[in-house]
Ligand binder design. Sequence first.
Ligand SMILES: Nc1ncnc2c1ncn2[C@@H]1O[C@H](COP(=O)(O)OP(=O)(O)O)[C@@H](O)[C@H]1O
Ligand code: SF4
Ligand SMILES: [Mg+2]
Length: 327
Amino acid sequence: MSHEPLLKTEHLTKSFVARRDVLGRPKRYVHAVRDISIHVEEGETLGLVGESGCGKSTLGRAILRLHEPSSGRVFFRGKEITTLSKRELRPLRREMQIIFQDPHGSLNPRMTIRSILEEPLKVHGIAESKSELDDRVEALMKRVGLRPDQLDRYPHEFSGGQKQRIGIARAIALSPSFIVADEPISALDVSIQAQIVNLLRDLQDDLGLTYLFIAHDLSIVEYLSHRVAVMYLGRVVEEGPARELYEAPLHPYTKALMSAAPSPDPRREKKRLILHGDLPSPLDPPSGCAFHPRCPIARKGICDRDEPPLRTVVPKRKAACHFAGEF
Ligand SMILES: Nc1ncnc2c1ncn2[C@@H]1O[C@H](COP(=O)(O)OP(=O)(O)O)[C@@H](O)[C@H]1O
Ligand code: SF4
Ligand SMILES: [Mg+2]
């Protein structure tokens, strides 16, 4: 039997209508996610990194079908899920969950923590009796480092870090196997970010979870990720095992992102490369290689004309650059 990753996308694309004409017909599109083929192995973390607006959340949501993909396919345990009806998708919803960036906005302020955590259990008919529900939500609270005697409080009574713990408890309530963690620590104080990262890592070990871990900063995903995919303007520009990618990035954009983050490793200081200019609008991406207006090694007549495909540069490592690995 051939090996299947837990999750796989093939040429996944998601466009949004950005503008409509007076008759309401689409006039312009934002190509938020373009032709993305990634895979995540069971039990591993794929870190997904890129500047704000490059399409990370859209990709995470399209994988879970919280956004309907415009084209391309998503496979879960080898089975295509992009063609499933809402009803057919339902059992899979238990298996695939999301942790949101904003722990405050993602918790209903009028619900107690108990009802927030009971909701998915009730919807999926997992625990029906009162005592079973009580046991389950109490165990969930303990699992994420919160006290069960706080179950009848409301979200506003908790700190940001505690709220994110509640968001995590909700995500694991149905014993999923795959979780999209969409910048789960970006909105938190630096002092508590590590605690949440450690919690996610412990949960991965204990429950055998598989993560797509989204961040805008390479240093955050380094600790957690087995492999990393770097996005730029809707496309994956580099992908590979985390250690190798951090040691010797193949794409100039990865190199620039690494330079932007402080690193405790002095060997990396030598590889500094400064990124100029802002992210271009995904409404109007540059010709050729979308990175060319900001790329310090771009070559005229090549980079501004031909879009480099994502190709295998060395075994298990891909990059979308005409000169990948040559600089
Ligand atoms: N629902 C939407 N409607 C229209 N455009 C959207 C929508 N969601 C995201 N976009 C656009 O898609 C692009 C990618 O957004 P997003 O996936 O949120 O990026 P990231 O998570 O990397 O910050 C952005 O240009 C954003 O404005
Ligand atoms: S293809 Fe050219 S512009 Fe794009 S990253 Fe490579 S060198 Fe830079
Ligand atoms: Mg986002």
